[in-house]
Ligand binder design. Structure first.
Ligand SMILES: *Cc1c(COP(=O)(O)O)cnc(C)c1O
Ligand code: SF4
Length: 366
């Protein structure tokens, strides 16, 4: 091998090392210039973010950005924008009510049989549209305050004391920011609780840094089955060879991967993009689970579309595509997740009338 070959091989090794990627995240305008032609507006936004909002981008995710198009869907999800500082009526810091249902430092218990554990506030990329922006991205406040590093014992004790809990969802931030050892500590402790049937991991790593899904991680997780994983693809551009490989690794270790998309204005709220995303997910065997209506979250409101638009979009999906390509369209509220898609069954005087995906109607007679 020549020196050049060696250098190339070395660079390739670094690129596929998730720890190298985390250590080399882009956090300054100067670094961002190495990847894209940063516009004046973007530069202003980055300046304005100092002391207010975190931002960081993995080199992998930055490599998917369009160099010249400020409206590039990858760019808009990762690079700060001036709209984050605009005032929107009725926007809230915590519209989903994590704080209302918080039982211990990390456990949010909102539904009868399942809980969410917010295990960290860190992420590899700080998505500009994050529902928990106050927790992950806002420098002046978080769900944790100073309590992120407190012992997990109180959290485990709460779950152990509630026999109704059969499903524990690890979320954050992004749980896969932790080392395999730390994750194994959490998961193995949950596994010791007899009534915990399934453990779910909510992570955006398959999208933001698929190199994190290593054979070692998968082998560790496999020991604690049944483990499920929910990820968060928003745009067909994110479905890369690397992302496909990460999901494939998970499948080969028996971990089902499902997807939760957020409906984002001018990013994925048109039919061709949404169809390409959903069919693209099926091609990598990831099952679409939820389509979240974007909440009116402080610093995120500019990404929200109307519910009418979302329902219109659903009409273009249901019946037109493979049944399991179509996610459930929901909004998360303080009362829980609420389904938003059009009803196809209507009660009338004689019984029911039904409506199919083409708008054809008929009476349902029994
Ligand atoms: C979304 C969510 C869950 C999981 O809900 P599913 O509909 O079962 O996916 C659990 N706890 C909290 C607090 C949630 O927000
Ligand atoms: S990875 Fe998830 S938790 Fe982290 S900023 Fe993105 S959407 Fe929020």
């Amino acid at each position: 091998m020549t020196n050049n070959d060696n250098l190339f091989k070395h660079q390739e090794e670094l690129w596929s090392d998730w720890r190298w990627q985390i250590a080399h995240r882009i956090t300054t305008t100067e670094e961002l210039h190495n990847w894209i032609n940063v516009t004046e507006r973007e530069e202003q936004s980055i300046q304005k973010s100092v002391g207010k909002y975190r931002w960081s981008i993995t080199p992998y995710y930055a490599s998917l950005m369009d160099k010249n198009d400020e409206m590039c869907p990858i760019r808009r999800q990762a690079v700060p924008s001036l709209e984050e500082f605009e005032y929107f009526p009725n926007a809230e810091v915590d519209p989903v009510g994590d704080q209302l249902y918080r039982k211990t430092n990390r456990v949010v218990h909102k539904y009868p049989d399942r809980v969410m554990m917010l295990v960290t506030q860190s992420c590899s990329v700080y998505c500009r549209h994050c529902t928990r922006k106050y927790h992950t991205t806002d420098l002046s406040g978080s769900y944790f305050g100073d309590s992120e590093t407190l012992s997990f014992e109180e959290d485990f004790d709460y779950i152990a004391s509630q026999p109704a809990i059969r499903d524990v969802l690890l979320s954050g931030g992004d749980p896969l920011m932790y080392s395999d050892q730390k994750l194994e500590f959490i998961i193995s402790r949950l596994r010791q609780i007899p009534h915990v049937e399934i453990i779910r991991i909510g992570t955006r790593f398959p999208v933001l840094l698929p190199q994190r899904i290593t054979p070692e991680l998968c082998a560790m997780l496999e020991k604690y089955h049944p483990i499920w994983l929910n990820t968060h693809f928003n745009h067909p551009k994110e479905i890369t060879e690397e992302a496909a490989k990460a999901c494939d690794q998970l499948f080969r270790h028996g971990i089902p991967v499902q997807n939760q998309t957020v409906l984002l204005k001018d990013l994925n709220d048109d039919l061709p993009t949404m169809r390409a995303l959903l069919t693209g997910l099926l091609k990598i065997r990831v099952r679409p689970y939820y389509l979240y209506h974007c909440d009116n979250v402080t610093g995120v409101s500019h990404f929200a579309t109307t519910i009418e638009k979302g329902r219109e979009l659903m009409k273009g999906l249901l019946g037109h595509m493979t049944g399991f390509a179509v996610p459930q369209y929901i909004i998360t509220t303080k009362l829980g997740k609420i389904p938003l898609w059009e009803e196809s069954l209507h009660l009338n005087n004689d019984g029911y009338s039904i409506e199919n995906y083409e708008g054809k109607t008929a009476e349902l007679i029994f």
